[in-house]
Write a protein that binds this ligand. Structure first.
Ligand SMILES: Nc1ncnc2c1ncn2[C@@H]1O[C@H](COP(=O)(O)OP(=O)(O)OP(=O)(O)O)[C@@H](O)[C@H]1O
Ligand SMILES: [Mg+2]
Length: 501
């Protein structure tokens, strides 16, 4: 039993010894110092029969959040509310119940098979002097477990495994699905830039409400469910347990909605990775190492995030390319590219399926793009992006799902003409959905909405017209860009000539 009086005395004895040692040390010959240290440690172990184990928040040079730490945190949060005197409170899963857990620098006692153990939540604040309005994240947190050395075997073999197992189970039970992002507006600390911030994931989309061909939908659902149950299979074939999806198609065809439906189907967290906010490849690696299993890592509009198109440039090529880019930017009055992300295509490829990618397991990586043709083939080859899913304009089957969701109708006299119109007109599910949205509280909304859809479809362009328009648009953008770059070049030449004069 821990006697407070004994330890009060013990504490002051140890403090005196440390003070004595610091004074004597300066006058001690170097050779004798190691001898003295050896006996000093022995002496301390003799009079202090307790063992301490600490569990730091981050493992591996602060690269990865420690699993043991999170499991212990969950375990303690279950037991602390009755015992600890200082607690911190967080909102629970159903958002109306508070979850209490141990505050920092607080100690509680736990009992296991009649043996007493002490948990202490430790926080060491950074000693670096910083002048900032915001809290810094350089603090080191850990849990410290103290017990009598005669219980070492019991703690090692039975107590700690039980704590970790129960902690993990509690975490799963209390799990509130999260939507993570790496692009915070308040990048007040260097460390904050390298980690994720999150909010609760509450997107209501499901595969039932998703408008697409039923066969394709079924195929995707089966693929996802199979993946989530294939832990042994992946281990057997020697592949990390992850799968890449590439969702491509025009704007408003349900790419982002499908990601939410995937997360809801498999009960996964979502990590929305903003590549432009990642400083460089090592920051990207660090971010991906800090994703948990049972999660979807999403890179939206991959073609716009970084210059990942074309072949991988090297040396001179790269510089040339950069110069051209700079010129273009200068011409358009944009800022110089100093603060830009330095994530490269090879860095990204490495993170997707290099050695680092195997950490964690059970992850989906989803890229979305509006222009698949702009992507480097290396990025989307099978193995990296295992399944390519094209989300197209709204078909009749998709329309029927939307009509049921938005208006609650499964048949209507206007369905036939809509069927005919959808065969030749290109309209995204987002536009169809917008037309089907009831605009007021009156009762004949289904009629009104379907009529407005028919009208919109008639005004909408057909496939051929749209293709021609896209082609024209592309040509125009290209000539505009060339003209701008030429103007800049001519301008620069004139200034140089002026200087020479
Ligand atoms: N297939 C679909 N099924 C159901 N709703 C859809 C579908 N496609 C689009 N929508 C509706 O349209 C809106 C926009 O869709 P979403 O954001 O998923 O499109 P997107 O393909 O990600 O577009 P972008 O390429 O511009 O990011 C959503 O809020 C959703 O309600
Ligand atoms: Mg989207």
């Amino acid at each position: 039993m821990m006697n407070i009086d004994i330890f009060a005395g013990l504490g002051s004895t140890i403090a005196s010894l440390i003070f004595l040692w610091t004074v004597c040390r300066q006058h001690f010959p170097y050779q004798l110092e190691s001898y003295f240290l050896k006996y000093y440690t022995k002496l301390i172990t003799l009079i202090y029969p307790y063992i301490e184990i600490s569990f730091p928040e981050y493992s591996g040079q602060r690269l990865k959040l420690s699993e043991a730490y999170t499991a212990i945190e969950s375990y303690l949060s279950n037991t602390t509310s009755e015992r600890a005197k200082r607690l911190k409170a967080e909102m629970g899963h159903d958002s109306d119940k508070l979850i209490l857990s141990m505050a920092e620098n607080e100690e509680i006692t736990d009992e296991f098979r009649g043996v007493k153990l002490w948990w202490y939540s430790n926080k060491i604040s950074s000693i670096r002097p910083t002048i900032s309005f915001y809290p810094t994240d350089d603090d080191k947190r850990s849990y410290r477990l103290t017990f009598h050395r005669r219980h070492r075997a019991l703690v090692n073999d039975s107590y700690l495994p039980l704590v970790i197992q129960q902690g993990k189970a509690i975490a799963v039970q209390k799990r509130k699905r999260k939507l993570y992002t790496n692009s915070s507006n308040f990048d007040y600390s260097e460390f904050r830039k390298l980690v994720w911030s999150h909010v609760a994931f509450e997107h209501p989309a499901t595969f039932e409400t998703l408008a697409m061909e039923p066969e394709m939908k079924l195929e995707i659902i089966q693929d996802l469910v199979k993946f989530s149950k294939s832990k042994e299979y992946y281990a057997k074939i020697g592949k990390p347990w992850k799968r890449g999806y590439l969702l491509f198609g025009p704007p408003g065809t349900g790419k982002s909605t499908m990601i939410a439906a995937m997360a809801n189907l498999l009960d996964y967290d979502v990590y929305d990775l903003e590549l432009t906010a990642v400083k460089d490849n090592s920051a990207l690696r660090r971010l991906l190492l800090n994703t948990t299993s049972k999660s979807i890592i999403v890179v939206e509009d991959i073609d716009c995030s970084l210059d990942l198109s074309g072949k991988r440039k090297t040396g001179g090529d790269q510089e040339e390319g950069n110069k051209e880019e700079e010129e273009k930017k200068k011409a358009m009055g944009g800022p110089p590219g100093k603060e830009e992300s330095k994530v490269t295509l090879s860095g990204l490829l490495n993170c997707i399926d290099g050695l680092w990618s195997a950490c964690g397991g059970e992850k989906l990586i989803v890229f979305t793009t509006n222009h698949i043709e702009k992507l480097d083939p290396a990025l989307i080859r099978r193995g990296r992006m295992d399944k390519h899913i094209e989300l197209g304009f709204c078909g009749y089957e998709g329309f029927k799902v939307l009509a049921k969701n938005y208006l609650g109708v499964e048949s209507h006299p206007l369905f036939d003409s809509i069927h005919e119109l959808l065969k030749e007109k290109k309209m995204s599910p987002a536009d169809v959905a917008e037309n089907l949205m009831p605009k007021n509280e009156s009762e004949d909304q289904a009629d009104l909405c379907l009529q407005s859809l028919v009208k919109a479809l008639k005004e909408c362009k057909s496939e051929n017209e749209k293709d021609e328009e896209e082609e024209r648009e592309k040509k125009k953008v290209k000539t505009d860009e060339e003209k701008l770059v030429n103007d800049v070049k001519v301008g620069d030449k004139e200034t140089e000539e002026n200087k020479e004069d």
